[in-house]
Design a protein around this ligand. Sequence first.
Ligand code: 5GP
Length: 112
Amino acid sequence: MEDTIFDKILRKEIPSDIVYEDDVVLAFRDINPQAPTHVLVIPKEHHPDAAALAAEAPQIAADVLREAQAVADEEKLESYRIVFNTGSGAGQTVWHAHTHVLGGRGLEWPPG
Ligand code: 5GP
């Protein structure tokens, strides 16, 4: 199993600004925020990307989405974006499935 920076964050070997944690998911602020709110939600179970997560553990995928929505509610975001970069061509850099919750500013469409 690949050991990514997010696996180290999960094991608390690297500090992070955690906004929520339970037995299934961890939510923490992105170290390089692209918006006033930029929170990452990751499953505790290791899956390399969103496609693998959806195929191998759809209930956990649903839990990640539930928590992404909870973050948006907690941050009082009226409009926001939930993004799973999947594959290097789409900007994925960490090979532990995660979603970004982005909000607090206007977000253009289409994305870059
Ligand atoms: P990706 O590009 O794979 O979709 O998203 C990875 C995200 O992880 C990036 O937005 C990046 O800023 C964030 N990131 C990378 N290393 C760290 C870290 O050590 N701590 C935190 N909090 N975020 C990180």
